[in-house]
Design a protein around this ligand. Sequence first.
Ligand code: NFS
Length: 671
Amino acid sequence: MAKEPAPKVQTIDPAALEVLKRAEEMGYSTAFSRAAKTPACPIGETGACCQLCNMGPCRLVATKANPDPVGVCGATRATVAARNMARHIAAGTASHSDHGRDLIFTLEAVGKGEAQGYELRDIPKLYAVAGYFGIKTDGKKPEQIAVEIAQKAIADMAGQKGEITYVKRAPKKRQEIWRQLGIVPRGIDREVVDILHRTHMGDDQDAEHILLGSLRTALADGWGGSMMATDISDILFGTPAPLRTRVNIGVLKDDEVNIVVHGHEPTLSEMIVRVVNEPELIEYAKSKGAKGINLCGVCCTSNETLMRQGIPSAGNDLNQELTIITGAVEAMIVDVQCVMQALQDLATKFHTKLITTSPKVKITGATHIEFDEHHALDIARQIVRIAIDNYPNRPRQQVQIPSHLSDLVAGFSHEYIRYMLGGTLRGSFRPLNDAIMTGRLRGVAGVVGCNNPRVTQDEAHNYIVKEFLKNDILVVQTGCGALANAKYGLLLGEAAMEYAGPGLREVCEAIGIPPILHLGSCVDNTRILTVLTQMASEGGLGDDISDIPGVGIAPEWMSEKALAIGAYFAASGAYVLFGVNSPISNSEEVEKIMSEGWEKIVGGKMEFVPDPQEIVRRSLAHIDAKRAALKLPAYDPTKFGKSGDWRMRELLKMPFPERVKALYGMPVAAE
Ligand code: NFS
């Protein structure tokens, strides 16, 4: 089924809606309006287009006359769909892992004392990571350990043979499955090259084999590049712990210099966080008539600064253009990934300066100030000064900032989750496993991924998550998915009272957590892998990730990185469902391989299901089947919810004599 060019309702976000109305009045194009004007290519969207050589491009569309089309070289629909999918996964892996590589180089520079402004903020984590890499720490300074970690990490990037180090962090049983299938990644770069080679014209032609290769590449992302990116970010900038901050376009301020950081890498944005608090720069902003400097973000750079520093977020991916249309943004600073090319044209309609900073990313017309970790503070100050200098140019009559914003709690690292479940001395995943085993929690779900203007912004995220909460499923989130729910107050403790089923509500009240845990940016999906591994090793829920009653969902995905994430979760044993449409629907064979086929060999699978209701149905069925396989009691919400604040509210509503009996355990003496 071809996807619609754009939905009738563009967004459920009231702030986005307000700005979109304005964009329409002013004739500004946005991803929403362009999606409506530019239908998705009906050939490409199903995985039917082969562009791998110049005998084509071949479109393998079945017709009555040609029900089983092949390309000029004879490539079948399955081969073409599998090759396209494998290349997407390789590109996603490359993006996450290259992000990780830049962090490794920063860590090395910090260790050598060559990175201006950075420090090793989380020394315990530095030691933990040294342990994973088998680095002896006795008598060594943290800086030296940092250099050695960086060298080992680079070796994992460049490895030609053997296994990447972090594979050892997976459950033992899982490692064996991978070894038997021959899909343990050798080096991260090698696995990406492997897919590019084997999908070149005239190479691997067996869809099952191509897709097995793509699982190895995806594992190099999840248990390699992304996981190292998360670890090193934590070492350099601090491991997150819960904090409260705000989200949505309403975080922009009409009397301060607004700076928006956008993209994915925390290296520069962390320096910007630091310098916007320097008295000199604040004074400079005041000298230009502003009350101060207001830093916020969009997309995953925003998740990075939000979860560690509490910097507010202007929202998820589809809010990037809308922040500029408020007319209130002095500078948008972008690094890599998910940055729309249309931003620059939009910026020229306002006073906004779009500043590219990565040596890999230039946008025609934008100001380029190249980032270099050796001079990070100076560069951050230079950029902030440009934004301040731009403040007097803000066209007052054009400024319209929607007032909508919501509070959220973010920053649930896996270290914190372990701690919150038992404290410093007894930190463990036992209470979480117990809650699932008793049926207080039906299961767990990761609801992650992007926005996509081909479907109503945030709608599927919110629908699916609310259904999960109602069904006592604890939800973890990352990336734009987390922001998609945060905008509606779902990442707050109060949400448990409003949306959670009785068992989940009890768990949230007992621990004092929201029913949705914000685990960070998209590379931080690897925190979910760590949580699942710790749950598997805690006991009671089997001994592998594939035994756990859980699912992973990307309801509004758009990026190749999302496919890489989905594939590494499937390879790790999880059931992963994607919304929007199926990029492999041209080949039933490939759909079967990635679903039933993968389930047989790795225990996890990946399916594309456009209908959010069907996503929920399949998720619940899967979670219940996993519960049954573990011989856990069938989910029965009526057994729970008889404690906590919710119950107290019920008791306080009771009429007088019953209330006393319920509260004090004694009947009221008759007068
Ligand atoms: Ni993930 Fe983060 Fe957002 Fe999607 Fe893009 S910002 S890395 S790819 S759009 S969630």
